[in-house]
Design a protein around this ligand. Structure first.
Ligand SMILES: [Zn+2]
Length: 168
């Protein structure tokens, strides 16, 4: 799923938004396009390059979103560098699944600290058990990433973001 990096008027990174939300910021005149991919988006009325980085015209004070990005499938895969957090396999985004470390059946929540990327075989092996119950070990404790960390993890696919100093 395409995500677009939003910069504050001061060029600080604010948050990642969906392409649809980014398009609304552009057509309502709230943001300018700084970087695009080379993929064109086509409309009935014409075409434009797919945006990758936008800058808001108005300075936004809140920094909460920068530190608390919402959990989503794509972001968990990005945080975990598209690797199964049990065996390290990298079968690609399309074949990765999400695993609740403490299973939902045992009251596990959908939070950054309880969700990891997981390959199909590990998911089948773990089933509705905790890692301890299944005799499996997490490679690292899952944590909530900052938007900056998500962005820097995504640099391979979005090299343009690096030009705004997000190399970490
Ligand atoms: Zn695995």
């Amino acid at each position: 799923m395409a995500e677009v990096l939003i910069l504050n008027a001061s060029y600080e990174p604010l948050q990642l938004v969906s392409l649809a939300r980014a398009m609304r910021l552009i057509v309502t005149g709230k943001a300018e396009v700084l970087e695009t991919t080379d993929r064109p988006l086509r409309f009935a009325t014409g075409a434009m390059a797919e945006p990758l980085v936008l800058r808001l015209f108005t300075y936004v004070m809140t920094r909460r979103r920068l530190h608390r990005p919402a959990v989503s499938r794509g972001r968990v895969f990005t945080r975990d560098r598209e690797a199964c957090q049990y065996c390290g396999a990298t079968p690609g985004r399309a074949r990765l699944t999400l695993d609740h470390v403490l299973p939902r059946a045992q009251g596990g929540a959908t939070t950054w600290e309880n969700i990891v990327a997981c390959c199909g075989p590990c998911n089948a092996r773990k089933a509705d058990r905790t890692p301890e119950q299944a005799g499996m070990r997490l490679r690292s404790a899952p944590r909530q990433p900052t938007v900056l960390r998500l962005v820097s993890a995504d640099l391979d696919r979005h090299a343009a973001w690096a030009r705004y100093g997000f190399c970490g």
